[in-house]
Ligand binder design. Sequence first.
Ligand SMILES: Cc1ncc(COP(=O)(O)O)c(C=O)c1O
Length: 392
Amino acid sequence: MPILVENMQRLGTETAFEVLARAAELERQGRDIINLGIGQPDFKTPPHIVEAAIKALRDGHHGYTPSQGILPLREAVAADLDRRHDASVDPDTIMIMPGGKPTMFFSILMFGKPGTEILYPDPGFPIYRSMIEYSGATPVAIELREENDFSFNAAELLEQITPRTRLIILNTPGNPTGGVVAENEIRTLVEGILANPDVMLLSDEIYSQMLYDGKRHSSLLKYPEIRDQLIVLDGWSKTYAMTGWRLGFSVWPASLVESINRLAVNCHSCVNAAAQYAGIAALEGPQDSVIEMVQAFDERRRIIVQLLNQLPGFHCVKPGGAFYAFPNITGTGFTETDLQNMILDEAGVATVAGTSFGPFGKGFIRFSYANSVENIRIAVERIGEFLINARH
Ligand SMILES: Cc1ncc(COP(=O)(O)O)c(C=O)c1O
């Protein structure tokens, strides 16, 4: 029998992938499933980005690159951050990563160990808690509440800091709620972080370009005074519909660049070379496809929120960003897990139970609206029929 180390037993997972597998199994059995479970754009990567990768392969970019990423890509990222956030970032503090996830994986490994505490959003992306537990650190939930539109109160958050706190994880716009943290809360948080110089901040800004109703993104990079305590995670997966390319980046304090490079060398050596050239084309090329995709998400957001609010027992706040709706389903009388399973099996609609994103997701279900308006309408109609039949 293989004898696994103890940490492996504490490693969690992402339930969305399990729902996806179950949905695929039902499809194999001939069922018609509408997938509102998976967190990825239903758009294709824009053609000019695909062409840049093909050209890179034809031009012979087949070997290793520097572990930190090729300089022209890091320069393009710095220019993009300047354009989007009015933030000056040294390309030497930018790390090109195989997606967004490795940045959370590595930063939690860097700061988490038994006896330390890491604060993370709940409901939140499940990998945060999974990796905190793997590291042996104690996970401390930052509760995101429906009545706050799933933002947080920075003063309350700062009170959760103890001498054992090493890292605080933030995610705005957020998965699974679509919640957006307002600028004034970010400012309060920055002041509090400055007063706690041993506490690091990991700001997951992967949905930073997906904002609605005129909301603007409050990047932590706008506060140069906390750069020594700040790691920012972002990437191409969502913005450019490139989840399968595995391309992301992070910005690090200068003092940690050597450590993060070492972790990268030990883990993946470098990111796929052709994907890095594609990343340059994405940032430097036309941005029309990003604008069009966000407009499409905005239309679907309005429709799904309106439809979900008409379902008996559902209540859905309007999400300000990302591409998720997170309705409260306590009025249906079902638990979130039962409802997730029943609407998949009986209505043919894949969603994800709120508790997959932490205990404070109890009573909620996540809908990803990265699907067509037509499918969204059919899906909600089917759920409505299921709920009416379930009452009889
Ligand atoms: C909040 C958040 N951060 C990071 C990621 C991971 O992105 P990637 O696919 O680039 O690793 C996701 C993906 O769903 C996410 O929702």
